[in-house]
Design a protein. Structure first.
Length: 608
C-alpha cells in the first residue's frame, strides 16, 4: 500500500486534453504560428503541440517545422520542464561542461535548484547529449516526488524489460504506474532510446495536469510535507488513517479527515486549506491544528464526538457542527475559532463543548447540551430550531450579547452582559447585566419571573425602528441575591463558615444575580453585640462598592488594613476576632431600583 497516492485525470493517447485545465486565461483557438507548422498535421501529438505553442511553452523552427520526431537534448528538456512547471529559483552549483556564456546555463541552474537533476560523478551535466527515456523517467519521478524505493513489478509486461538497467527500473515503474509515460505498440519501453520532442511535451503535459489537479490520499501513519518551506497540493487531500501529521502544506482544494481515522489522532501543522475541510473521523482528543489557516470546517462524525484543538497562530473562520464535538483553544497567539454554527442536523442528546474565545455562536439544534466550559462569546444567537436545548455557562465564562428565540434553559455561574429574550418558556439562572424582553414575553430570570412592562417602551421600540426589538419593554428589576464562600472554609448553608486555625483568610467571595451596590453594614464580635465597624473605618472609611452580576470578592485584608491574619490573630496590632469569631452584615441594593434590597449575615468561625 502506498503512503501517498495521486488520483489524477485519465490521460488519453497523445494527452489530447484542453490546456484550459492548466493555465488561467488559456484560449482554445490555434495561433498563427501553430497553424503555419507544416509537419504536425495529423501527428498523434498535434493538439498537445499546438497548445504548448499557444502558451509560449514551445516553439517551432524558422522553416515552419516543429520536427516532433526529432530527439531532444538534456538542456532542451530542462528548458521545457522549467517553463511548464514554473521553476525559477537558481542554484549556485557549477558544472564542468556548462560555461558562463552557454545559452542553457540558467536553465541548468533552475533544474538543479528544483532538484530533478544532480549531475554525473565527474562533475558534468552533459547538457547537449540527447536525453533518453529512462533519464526523463528519473527526472519526472523527482518532479512528481514519487516513491521509487520499492519495486512495483509493473514493467514486466514490456518485452524489453531484461534490457532495462537496474538503476532505472524503479523510476520507470513509478512513472508508468502514475500514467506519466507508457510503452510502444510493440510492448517495449525502450529505456535507452532518445525521447522525441513530441514525447517530451506529452510527458511533461501529463505531469503539469497532475500538478494542477491532483488529489492526494494519505493512507498510512507518518509525517508528510517538507521540513522547511512549503509544498502546494493543487487538488484535494484525504487522510484515511490515524497517526498522520501534515506539515507545511498549502491545499488548493478540499481536505477530508475521513472515517478511517476512527478515534485516532491527526495533526495539521502550518497547513493552509483554501477549500473546505470535512471532519468525519477522530476522537475525544484527536484533531490538533497548529499555526494553520482554515476557511470553512464542517464536523460530521457518525458515532461519538471529535475534538478540534487550535494552537499557535491557527485561525478557523467558520465551523459548522453537524454532530457533537469539542472546540478548544490553547496556547493561542492569534486567531482561533471565529464563527461557530451548530446545525439542526446535530441529533438530540448530543453534547457540544466550547473552550475558547468565540466571536459568533449560532445554535440551531434542538434538545442538545451546549457547555461553555471556559472563555467567552461575543454574540450568541439561539434560533427557533433550538427548542429544548440546555446551555451551561461555567464559572468565569462570559457571553456579551445573548439573543434567545427558542424556549431553552441557561444554567451555570457564567455571566451575561446583555440578554434579549423573544419567546416564552426561557429560563436563565443568571441575572444578565441588561435584560430585554419582547412584548408580552415572560421568562424566569435568576429564580424570579420577569415580565416586560407595558407602560414603558424604550426609544425605537413598538414601531420596529431605531434598532430595538419591536414592542420590547423595560424589565421589572429583580431583588438582588448572592451566594457566599470563604476560600478554605466549609459551610452548610452558604452564610456560616468554619475555618481551621491554620487557614489564612484573605477574601470573602460572593456571586451576585444582578448588578448591586454592596455595603458592609456592620462587623460584630463573637457575641453579636459589640460592633468594631468604627475601628475598621479607620482603615477603610467607605465600605460601599458597586459590583456587576457574577463572581466578585471582598478583600478582607484591605478592609481591615492588614497584611494578613491567621487563626483569627491579626498580623498587625489589631485583632478583629475575639475567640476566633467574626460576624459581617452585608447589604445588597439593586443599582437600577433602590427599592430592591437584601441583607445577609455572614459568620466566620475559627475552629480547632
Amino acid at each position: 500500500m502506498k503512503k501517498r497516492s495521486y488520483k489524477h485525470l485519465s490521460l488519453a493517447s497523445g494527452f489530447l486534453l484542453s490546456l484550459s485545465l492548466l493555465v488561467p486565461g488559456y484560449s482554445s483557438s490555434v495561433s498563427a504560428e501553430s497553424k503555419a507548422l507544416t509537419d504536425i498535421q495529423g501527428h498523434w501529438a498535434q493538439s498537445t503541440i499546438e497548445q504548448w505553442i499557444n502558451q509560449g511553452l514551445a516553439s517551432g523552427y524558422k522553416d515552419q517545422t516543429f520536427k516532433p520526431n526529432n530527439s531532444i537534448t538534456r538542456a532542451e528538456f530542462m528548458t521545457l520542464a522549467n517553463k511548464a512547471l514554473g521553476y525559477s529559483e537558481k542554484s549556485t552549483q557549477s558544472f564542468g561542461d556548462v560555461s558562463a556564456s552557454a545559452w542553457f546555463k540558467d536553465e541548468v541552474s533552475k533544474a538543479h535548484a528544483a532538484g530533478y537533476i544532480s549531475g554525473y560523478n565527474d562533475g558534468t551535466i552533459r547538457p547537449q547529449n540527447p536525453v533518453t527515456r529512462q533519464e526523463v523517467a528519473a527526472m519526472i519521478a523527482k518532479m512528481a516526488k514519487l516513491d521509487t524505493s520499492v519495486s512495483l513489478n509493473n514493467i514486466d509486461r514490456f518485452q524489453d524489460d531484461s534490457k532495462t538497467p537496474t538503476w532505472s527500473k524503479n523510476v520507470i515503474q513509478a512513472v508508468v504506474a502514475q500514467g506519466f509515460m507508457k510503452g510502444y505498440p510493440d510492448q517495449t519501453f525502450q529505456p535507452t532510446r532518445s525521447i522525441t520532442r513530441a514525447e517530451a511535451i506529452a510527458t511533461l503535459q501529463g505531469l503539469v495536469l497532475v500538478k494542477t489537479n491532483t488529489n492526494v490520499t494519505y493512507d498510512e501513519a507518518g509525517t508528510y510535507g517538507p521540513q522547511t518551506g512549503s509544498e502546494t497540493v493543487n487538488g484535494d487531500v484525504s487522510v484515511t488513517k490515524a497517526g498522520v501529521t501534515l506539515q507545511n502544506l498549502v491545499v488548493k482544494g478540499d481536505l477530508y479527515l475521513a472515517e478511517g481515522i476512527g478515534e485516532g489522532e491527526v495533526v495539521l501543522q502550518n497547513v493552509t486549506v483554501q477549500g473546505n475541510v470535512l471532519v468525519q473521523g477522530g476522537g475525544a482528543n484527536s484533531i490538533t491544528l497548529i499555526d494553520s489557516l482554515l476557511e470553512n470546517v464542517t464536523v460530521n462524525k457518525k458515532n461519538g464526538a471529535v475534538r478540534l484543538l487550535a494552537k499557535g497562530k491557527t485561525n478557523i473562520e467558520n465551523v459548522t457542527l453537524e454532530s457533537g464535538a469539542k472546540l478548544e483553544e490553547a496556547e493561542l497567539s492569534a486567531g482561533g475559532f471565529t464563527q461557530v454554527t451548530i446545525s439542526d442536523k446535530v441529533v438530540a442528546q448530543s453534547v457540544v463543548t466550547l473552550n475558547g474565545t468565540f466571536e459568533v455562536l449560532v445554535l440551531n439544534a434542538s434538545n442538545i447540551s451546549l457547555d461553555l466550559v471556559k472563555g467567552s462569546v461575543t454574540n450568541f444567537t439561539v434560533n427557533e430550531a433550538a427548542k429544548g436545548s440546555l446551555i451551561n455557562l461555567a464559572e468565569q465564562t462570559n457571553v456579551a450579547n445573548l439573543t434567545i428565540k427558542a424556549p431553552v434553559k441557561v444554567t451555570g455561574k457564567g455571566s451575561i452582559d446583555k440578554a434579549n429574550i423573544e419567546v416564552n418558556g426561557v429560563t436563565v439562572e443568571q441575572q444578565p447585566g441588561t435584560l430585554n424582553l419582547a412584548e408580552a414575553i415572560t421568562a424566569f430570570i435568576a429564580g424570579v419571573e420577569a415580565k416586560a412592562t407595558q407602560a414603558q417602551v424604550p426609544a425605537g421600540g413598538g414601531g420596529g425602528g431605531g434598532g430595538g426589538a419591536p414592542g420590547s419593554g423595560v424589565v421589572e428589576q429583580v431583588t438582588p441575591s448572592a451566594t457566599f464562600s470563604v476560600p478554605g472554609a466549609s459551610s452548610d448553608d452558604g452564610t456560616h463558615f468554619d475555618v481551621s486555625k491554620t487557614t489564612k483568610i484573605e477574601y470573602l467571595n460572593l456571586n451576585l444575580n444582578t448588578e448591586s451596590e454592596v455595603e458592609i453594614v456592620d462587623v460584630l464580635r463573637k457575641d453579636g453585640t459589640t460592633s468594631i465597624l468604627d475601628l475598621i473605618r479607620i482603615y477603610r472609611p467607605e465600605l460601599k462598592e458597586t459590583m456587576p452580576a457574577g463572581s466578585e470578592r471582598i478583600n478582607l485584608l484591605e478592609m481591615f488594613g492588614l497584611t494578613g491574619f491567621d487563626g483569627g490573630v491579626a498580623a498587625g496590632n489589631f485583632a478583629p476576632f475575639v475567640d476566633g469569631t467574626m460576624i459581617i452584615k452585608v447589604k445588597l441594593t439593586n443599582t437600577k431600583d433602590a427599592s430592591k434590597v437584601t441583607e445577609y449575615t455572614v459568620k466566620v468561625n475559627i475552629v480547632n
